[in-house]
Design a protein around this ligand. Structure first.
Ligand SMILES: [Zn+2]
Length: 368
């Protein structure tokens, strides 16, 4: 198509050359002015400057061939002058960018507020467990973990629960279905406490042992203001030669002061747990009224917070089946456990346990 438009040059004097090149330049300028979009610009470049079929090349070859020798220099000079003109037109077409209409279509309102990205924060339960774990870590305890789906053996049998203990009933414990044909000790259930990790730790290593065990536990409880079928415990176990009840009292008194402030007092009451003997409930002086008596402590001045006791020799005997060093005649130890939710509710003044699981950002953001 372009070739047809190439005029044949018959005269090669200065005036004829000026006229011919002025026509070429006008064609280039008109073509460049009509360009829109990167594809059109590239087509224009090929059309004019293409190495094989470009218009400048074809015109120059044809005119050079037709020109008498004395006019070739003038012809060449004019081609050399025309090429940068076409290149400048190309640059201008490329640099002109999108049209006003295209820009309007992509307009951004930079005055709109940006999308707010939430930064992560510890859930109050996680934070509470980390705080408790941190207190014991500072005393040299390491952190123990274990499976949430446990066997009857680890959850109950080795913790000295008798076969008819009510905790083993499905009314209290969530069990995995279809286990009836297995031996009782192998039946799977959702652990009701973190105590199985005590046994798993003792089976894995000889004494001394100092571990703190934060973890999720499950019970077949109806949810109410203070109960949830899922909650979290932090347990601890200390086993060595000559561990006494005094060590237990000193350790827990220190831990409660570290968690709730140095003014907090502790007191121990006899209690019962299958896996400790003797066992005790631990109360701390009310952190809300300082012990004077208020609604939170039911006017007693004390709040019950955790259970503890000296590890029952029967439990050591189970551990000794795999680690003979747990000989109840040579070693002793204590264990304790507390509910993370209960402590978090006290620390943060939360009256309903369900608030922790509601995924209500307005509630959770208070702790971020
Ligand atoms: Zn009180």
């Amino acid at each position: 198509m372009m070739n047809e438009e190439i005029p044949n040059l018959t005269a090669f004097d200065e005036a004829a050359l000026d006229k011919a090149f002025a026509l070429l330049e006008r064609q280039a300028r008109e073509g460049a002015a009509a360009l829109s979009g990167a594809e059109a610009v590239e087509a224009f470049r090929l059309q004019w400057l293409g190495r094989k079929q470009g218009r400048l090349k074809e015109v120059s070859e044809r005119w050079m061939k037709a020109a008498p020798p004395e006019s070739r220099k003038a012809l060449g000079l004019r081609f050399n002058a025309l090429k940068p003109v076409v290149e400048a037109l190309l640059d201008a077409a490329l640099g002109s960018g999108p049209t006003d209409a295209a820009l309007a279509g992509e307009a951004l309102d930079i005055t709109l507020p940006g999308a707010r990205r939430l930064t992560g924060a510890e859930h109050p339960i996680t934070r509470t467990m980390n705080e408790i774990t941190g207190v014991f870590a500072a005393l040299g305890y390491s952190v123990g973990v274990g499976p949430e789906v446990e066997t009857d053996y680890y959850n109950f049998e080795c913790m000295n629960f008798p076969p008819d203990h009510p905790a083993r009933d499905t009314q209290d414990t969530l069990v995995i279905s279809g286990q009836e044909r297995r031996p009782r000790r192998d039946r799977l259930l959702l652990r009701t406490h973190t105590s199985p990790v005590q046994m798993r730790t003792m089976e894995a290593q000889p004494p001394p042992v100092r571990i703190v065990i934060p973890g999720k536990v499950h019970r077949n409880d109806a949810a109410d203001a203070t109960h949830s079928p899922i909650f979290h415990q932090v347990e601890g176990l200390c086993v060595d030669a000559n561990i006494t009840f005094s060590d237990l009292k000193g350790t827990l008194d220190h831990a409660m002061k570290a968690l709730f402030g140095s003014a907090v007092k502790t007191r121990f009451f006899p209690s019962f747990f299958p896996f400790t003997e003797p066992s005790a409930d631990v109360q701390i002086s009310c952190i809300f009224c300082g012990g004077k008596g208020c609604r939170k402590c039911k006017n007693s001045g004390w709040i019950e917070l955790l259970g503890c006791g000296m590890v029952d020799p029967v439990v050591f005997a189970f551990a000794a089946q795999k680690q003979p060093a747990y000989d109840p005649k040579k070693i002793s130890g204590f264990a304790f456990g507390m509910g993370a939710e209960r402590i978090a509710m006290m620390k943060y003044g939360v009256s309903e346990i369900g608030k922790f699981y509601d995924e209500d950002m307005r509630f959770l953001e208070q702790f971020a």
